[in-house]
Structure formats: structure tokens, C-alpha cells
Design a binder for this molecule. Structure first.
Ligand code: ZN
Length: 432
């Protein structure tokens, strides 16, 4: 029997707040943690000894978070049900010696993170956000959320080939933002500016992980407001939905049949190989320590992992009205049509038939429609943390997500209903 929907447009409203407040992976996990705290979850430190109590807990490491809820009566071998996602998005990131400039312009030297649609970063008002590391090793989040930088596009009058040949951007020469005027560029200017903005003494910041973001807030779009335009939906949309789903399931948890988990990793956009990426040991360590903290043995760990399922949630491609031929002719996911099940027989996605059945049951329980996505055989297929999670931990994994347009643009586009339909499906999956 289908229950009344747990999530509605209020979820999408909250997603807009979450997106705007999460210009970096570090902000995203802090905002996820804040929502989990309100649901009764408490942070545990990796360096501490863990106790095997029931309830909600989470681990923060850099731009990654793993949160789980142990129901009353769960055994050491109780399997996990995991929602996986990633916190990072393609953008422009500050280089180690950022202060540069030419011809009277002050500029910030940036590297290209992941695979952004470079053109989408031109002529936007950009802020700067991320993490500052202080002399004592502590970190401080920073967010200059006002127009601070801009990558100015060359005027068409000076680029007569652009109309015929399209825009060609060189990542090194053409993507360096300006942030003011002056011929007296000094090494240390940018960090001194950020120290002052963060209320820190000069010279206190000795390390940084900083990135640009569009300061334009997310907005409902379209005749009927049934679309949502905003940044970083790939993949904060899933991080937010997974957080909401875990909080909802924990508040009503009564069945000890499984332990619901949220695992949101950094560095998906450049291959997941880091201490906070899906190809690192973070998730496996947390799950194992949870088993052992409850008095489990290695046998219990093996039994728990054997019964564990992961839903890897990420964005996918909705059918594009101007480029329908790029999609498979019979698989045309539509926005607001519900979450998508992603299939690729060459394991770019981890979904198999058993995984499809698991996801089908979750969607049916939630009363949520879903759609199928597969690539056109002549087009390359993206990938996710799904195959990595399956291979690294030996966990059955299903790739799903939400169909959007303009993936990897500085401003993406999705349906306004799909985020809460996804959250409903994730919650039903976590409590199966
Ligand atoms: Zn993604």
C-alpha cells in the first residue's frame, strides 16, 4: 500500500537554500551535517574509539560525509542500505600562487577542476569560497558570496571566427578571472583579502582550497515555474535528497532489518581517487568500525557486507529538445518524470537486473514513477561512483539519479518535482 508522499515542493525550496549555501564540497557537508544534527545525529571523530550505541552518527572528512542510523535491536551482521552521492562539481580553483595580472588588471590564477562547460563560466558574476587552513592546523570555511570575479569573454568584434567556427577556449590563456584594477600586484594579495574577510590576523592562513561559484541564486523557471535553474545540481541534488531521506527514515525507524547510510564523497569529477573519494577506504572503514563497535567479528562484517545494497545517485541526461538524436531513440527521460535508473552493460553504471528490481520495489513503495536511461551506442557514456563502490567494497550497487539539462554548466536545469520524487524513492529504499 502506498503511503501519502513524504516530500513535496517544500523539499525543492530547501534544495535551493542548500545549493546557494554550498559553493564548495566543504560547505555542502557542513550543511548536510547541520540538517542531520537537527534530526538527532551526532558527529563521531575517526580518531576516537567508537562505542556501539544505537542512533544516528556521522563522520566528516574534508569534503566527504558518511552518516548512518543504527536502529534499536540491530545485530552486528545487520546489512547496510546505502545512498551514495558526490559533493564536488566542476569549477575554477585557485592556484598556489594566485596573484597575477596584466595591463592594469588584477587577476586570480585558476586551475580547471573536472570537466566544466567552460563557456558557461564566461561573463558571470563569481564569488569565491572554500576552506582556509590556519597555522595551528585548524580549518575555517570562507564564502565571499558577492560579485568578486569575472572571466570576461572577448568581444565579437575582436573574434571574427566565433560565429562560423564556434567559441574556442584555451584553459590556460582564456579562463583567468579579473578581480579588480591595479599595476601593483603583490604576492599574497588574495589570501590577505580573504584573511581580512574571515576576520583572521594577517599571515594566519598557510593553506587553502578555494574555488569560484556563480553568485546568482537558484530560481524556479518556466511558464508554470515547474523547472529549477541553479548551480551544482550535479550532484548536490542527490546529496540533499539523501540527507533528507536519511533524516526522515531515522525519525521513524522501527525496523532493525537494515542500517540506513548516506555516503557523500568528494573528487568524483576527477576520478574519486583520494582519501575523501569513493575509491578510497572511507566508506569501508566506517561500515567496518560500525560492525566492530557493536561487538561484531570479521564474520559479522562479511555477512553484513554480503547483504548490503548501495543506490548510487547522480544526475543523468534528460532528453534535449534541440539534440534528441544524441540520445537513445527509445530511452528519453523527461524532467519531472521521476528518478532515472541508469544502465550500461559495460559497467559505466553498476545497475543489473537484481538492482533494477530493488529500485523498482522502492519506487513502488514510495508511489514514485521512475524512468530508464541508457546511452546511444554511438555516444560516450559518463560514469559515477557506482562501479567504484561495487568493485571496491563488493557491495551490490544500483545507479540511479535525476535527469537534468546542461550537466556541468555553471547553471544547470532540472524539473522542480524530480528532487522530491528522488527523496521519496531514496527514503523508501533506505527503510526496505
Ligand atoms: Zn555527477
Amino acid at each position: 500500500m502506498t503511503e501519502p508522499a513524504r516530500f513535496d515542493r517544500g523539499h525543492t525550496d530547501d534544495l535551493m537554500t542548500f545549493l546557494a549555501a554550498s559553493p564548495s564540497p566543504y560547505h555542502a557537508v557542513a550543511n548536510a551535517a547541520e540538517r542531520l544534527e537537527k534530526a538527532g545525529f551526532r558527529q563521531v571523530a575517526e580518531k576516537d574509539a567508537w562505542e556501539g550505541t544505537s542512533g544516528g552518527k556521522y563522520v566528516l572528512r574534508g569534503g566527504a560525509i558518511v552518516a548512518w542510523y543504527v536502529p534499536e535491536g540491530a545485530a552486528p551482521h545487520t546489512p547496510f542500505r546505502i545512498v551514495g552521492a558526490h559533493t564536488d562539481s566542476p569549477n575554477l580553483r585557485v592556484k598556489p600562487l594566485p596573484d597575477s595580472g596584466a595591463h592594469g588588471w588584477r587577476q586570480v590564477a585558476v586551475e580547471i577542476y573536472g570537466g566544466p562547460l567552460l563557456n558557461s563560466w564566461l561573463d558571470r558574476d563569481l564569488g569565491l569560497a572554500g576552506r582556509l587552513t590556519l597555522r595551528d592546523g585548524s580549518t575555517r570555511l570562507v564564502n565571499i558570496d558577492r560579485p568578486l570575479l569575472r572571466v570576461p569573454q572577448l568581444a565579437i568584434h575582436l573574434d571574427r571566427t566565433v560565429t562560423a567556427d564556434g567559441l574556442k577556449l584555451d584553459k590556460q590563456r582564456h579562463m583567468q578571472p579579473v578581480w579588480g584594477l591595479g599595476d601593483d600586484v603583490q604576492g599574497g594579495d588574495l589570501i590577505a583579502f580573504l584573511e581580512e574577510a574571515a576576520g583572521l590576523p594577517a599571515g594566519e592562513v598557510t593553506g587553502w582550497d578555494l574555488m569560484t561559484h556563480s553568485v546568482e541564486p537558484p530560481a524556479y523557471l518556466g511558464r508554470d515555474g515547474d523547472l529549477l535553474a541553479g548551480p551544482r545540481m550535479d550532484n548536490l541534488l542527490s546529496v540533499h535528497a539523501g540527507t533528507a531521506a536519511l533524516a526522515a527514515v531515522a525519525s521513524g525507524a522501527s525496523t532493525p532489518a537494515s542500517i540506513p547510510v548516506l555516503a557523500a564523497f568528494d573528487h568524483e569529477e576527477n576520478g574519486s581517487q583520494s582519501d575523501t573519494g569513493a575509491d578510497g577506504p572511507l566508506l569501508g572503514n566506517v561500515l567496518e568500525r560500525s560492525v566492530f563497535a557493536r561487538g561484531g567479528t570479521y564474520e559479522d562484517r562479511a555477512r553484513a557486507f554480503a547483504g548490503t545494497v548501495c543506490l548510487s545517485s547522480d544526475t543523468g541526461h534528460a532528453v534535449h529538445p534541440n539534440y534528441a538524436e544524441r540520445h537513445d531513440p527509445t530511452h528519453h527521460p523527461r524532467v519531472n518524470g521521476g528518478p532515472i535508473l541508469k544502465v550500461n552493460v559495460n559497467n559505466r553504471y553498476a545497475t543489473d537486473g537484481a538492482g533494477r528490481a530493488d529500485f523498482t520495489a522502492a519506487c513502488e513503495a514510495a508511489g514514485v514513477p521512475f524512468q530508464s536511461f541508457v546511452s546511444n551506442n554511438s555516444m560516450p557514456c559518463g560514469t559515477t561512483i557506482g562501479p567504484i563502490t561495487a568493485a571496491r567494497h563488493g557491495i551490490r550497487t544500483v545507479d540511479i539519479g535525476v535527469a537534468i539539462l546542461s550537466m556541468h554548466s555553471a547553471r544547470e536545469l532540472c524539473g522542480a518535482d524530480d528532487p522530491f520524487l528522488l527523496a521519496g524513492a531514496l527514503a523508501a529504499f533506505l527503510e526496505r
